[in-house]
Design a protein around this ligand. Structure first.
Ligand SMILES: [Zn+2]
Ligand SMILES: [Zn+2]
Length: 204
């Protein structure tokens, strides 16, 4: 299966050149109407690769698992997983045609300011598209993120979740994870995104 993300169109498209998978996709599509939410049934680790994710989806009686097969796939699959877990998941847009045959097109929500479809973790969780984020009068507040591949406190906009472009890492951006995790009655979850950034989410 090929999974592609079109950030401008705000879509994630599933397609395949494999006849068996194409039949499964067609059956999945038959159980979805445009605007329907695709049920996400969690993730497991791929038995053949502890670093690969296996995501479980269901529509009607059709079950489909997405597995990250290489680093790029894994990152996109990791991003889809984060969008399903922290955002509003995948919404079916409709069937499309690609060179290999049928494709299923999903979006990850709409911008609350202009109504455009969105398909990235930042846009899906803030419900602000890239265009509106560019025009946002940012209000930055420090929260857990990632700098140079390490957890760090850095300013994100409260409205659109864009990281402050003027922010400069400290000489040592490393944050004491243990201290942060034990600071108050919240659990901190560190989320790594496919584009190399990350976000720390507080959960009560
Ligand atoms: Zn917008
Ligand atoms: Zn902003």
């Amino acid at each position: 299966m090929q999974i592609t993300r079109d950030e401008d169109a705000g879509t994630i498209t599933w397609s395949t050149a494999n006849a068996e998978t194409a039949a499964l996709l067609a059956r999945l599509g038959e159980n979805l109407t445009p605007g329907a939410h695709l049920d996400y049934h969690g993730r497991t680790t791929d038995p053949s690769d502890a670093n690969a994710l296996r995501l479980h989806f269901k529509a009607g009686d059709v079950e489909l698992n997405l597995v990250g097969t290489d680093v790029r796939d894994k990152n996109l699959i990791g991003s889809i997983r984060d969008i399903c877990f922290y955002g509003s998941g995948l919404t079916y847009v409709g069937a499309g045609e690609v060179a290999s045959g049928l494709s299923l097109i999903f979006t990850c929500g709409t911008c609350k300011l202009c109504g455009r479809q969105v398909a990235t973790y930042r846009a899906a969780t803030s419900e602000v598209c890239d265009t509106c984020a560019e025009q946002c009068e940012h209000v930055f507040e420090e929260s857990m993120g990632q700098s140079q591949g390490r957890p760090a406190m850095l300013p994100f906009c409260l409205k659109c979740r864009v990281a402050d472009p003027e922010w400069q890492p400290d000489a040592d951006p490393m944050v004491d994870m243990a201290r942060v995790v034990s600071d108050g009655p919240v659990t901190m979850l560190f989320i790594e995104h496919g584009d190399g950034t990350g976000t720390m989410i507080k959960k009560k």
